[in-house]
Every structure is written in structure tokens, then in C-alpha cells.
Design a protein around this ligand. Structure first.
Ligand code: SAM
Length: 213
């Protein structure tokens, strides 16, 4: 994603009801923040937030937390919340590297990874959000029935992710190389990138995975 400095982004984020400052202080206390025991689903690398906002609108019985590394991108999601009337959404500016410092073991029910940055160079493979390094972190914060759900149009990243899932001892629950023409498309919520790349004719790959132990 091309990054531009957005004047006033930090102020807009700080002033928003939906954005969380000092997320590490909420570790193990997200139920208190939402005021209920509903499941918590997170999106890592949410970009401009269309997916997480629509999921939160459709599913008021689930609490959603969107994570984004850059203020200049997060601010676009914050702006979208102006029309959002629910209370089941929070947005955090943070690096996913710190995810275990923000969520306690078992605190998260689902992790969505949508069109994660591919980091095509081999020497950057560890930065990919589906690398074994990240899968280990996800395993630590996911509840026993927790799932990782990953979508991308990047076939190399998808194939890499399938290998990493196997290597990390996760179980592949389902997998498609053409989501929009598959049985799994019902209820699919499109992300900004998904709309853009599927309009170009790129098939969308999607997998769901979990780990038992
Ligand atoms: N999920 C959105 C979509 O599908 O439209 C955005 C996809 S965009 C290619 C990837 C996003 O992930 C960018 O906004 C980027 O800043 C964010 N990102 C990349 N690495 C991250 C990390 N380590 N922690 C948090 N966000 C990250």
C-alpha cells in the first residue's frame, strides 16, 4: 500500500471513540472494554477498514478489533466509523509483531488476514503474516476452537502459506483457489484489495486453518 503523510491523522485517531490508545494495557481485559463476553475476532493488517466495519455491522454479537501498522492508513478506517452505529468495534494502530503483548492466551476467537503484504524477497519471508513465526504467535492468543482465515490473490504467498501451515502443525480446514466461484463464497465480505484485484480478473484464494494442541 502506498503511504502518504496524512495531516492530522494522529489527532483524528486519538479523538475517535473506536480507536484504542495503549493497547497493551487491555491485554486479558478486552471483555471489560466491550462490556460483554462475546467472541473477539481480529483483522491483522486491516488497511482502510471496509471488511472489519462491514463484519461488525453484520454481526453485532461478535466483537471486532482491526489492527493496522500505519496511522496514515488507519485514519481512513477511523473516518468510516462516523456512520457506524454499533459498539462492537475497536481499531488499533500497532505492529502485528507485538500481538502477544496485546492479547492474552485464548482471548481471540478468529484472526482474519486479508491480502497481507507479500514480501516477495526470500530474505523478508519472516515478515509475511502467514510465516511460522507469526502462526506461533497466533496459536498463543487463539481460543481452543480458534481459526485463522486468510485471503489473497497472490498465488506465491498463498502457496507459501500452505507450506508454513503444514510446517507449523496446523490443520487446513478448507482451501479454495477461486473463492468467488466456490461454495465458501456465501456471506463473503469483500475487502478494498479484494474488490480491486477481482475486478482485474484475479482469482481470490482463501484458506481456514486451526491448531489443536
Ligand atoms: N486488508 C486490507 C485489504 O484487504 O484491503 C489491506 C491490505 S494491504 C495489502 C496490507 C495492510 O497490512 C497494509 O495496510 C499494511 O500497512 C498492513 N500491515 C502490514 N504489515 C503489518 C503488520 N506487521 N502489522 C500491522 N499491519 C500491517
Amino acid at each position: 500500500m502506498r503511504l502518504r503523510n496524512v495531516p492530522g491523522a494522529r489527532e483524528t485517531i486519538i479523538e475517535s471513540y473506536f480507536s484504542i490508545q495503549e493497547p497493551k494495557t487491555y491485554r486479558g481485559k478486552w471483555e471489560e472494554e466491550f462490556g460483554n463476553k462475546n467472541p473477539i475476532h481480529i483483522e491483522v493488517g486491516m488497511g482502510k477498514g471496509r471488511f472489519i466495519l462491514e463484519m461488525a455491522e453484520r454481526n453485532p454479537e461478535i466483537n471486532y478489533i482491526g489492527i493496522e501498522k500505519y496511522s496514515s492508513v488507519l485514519v481512513r478506517a477511523v473516518e468510516k466509523t462516523e456512520e457506524f452505529e454499533g459498539k462492537n468495534l475497536r481499531l488499533i494502530r500497532m505492529d502485528a509483531e507485538e500481538i502477544e503483548e496485546v492479547f492474552a492466551p485464548g482471548e481471540v476467537g478468529r484472526i482474519y488476514l486479508n491480502f497481507s503484504d507479500p514480501w516477495p524477497k526470500d530474505r523478508h519471508a519472516k515478515r509475511r503474516l502467514t510465516s511460522t513465526r507469526f502462526l506461533e504467535r497466533y496459536h498463543h492468543i487463539l481460543a481452543p476452537e480458534g481459526r485463522v482465515i486468510f485471503k489473497t490473490d497472490n498465488r506465491d504467498l498463498f502457496d507459501f502459506s500452505l507450506e508454513q501451515i503444514k510446517e507449523a502443525g496446523w490443520i487446513l480446514e478448507n482451501c479454495t483457489y477461486d473463492l468467488h466461484n466456490s461454495e465458501f463464497n456465501e456471506g463473503n465480505v469483500m475487502t478494498e484489495y479484494e474488490e480491486k484485484f477481482s475486478a482485474k480478473g484475479n482469482p481470490i484464494c482463501r484458506l481456514t486453518a486451526f491448531r489443536h494442541d
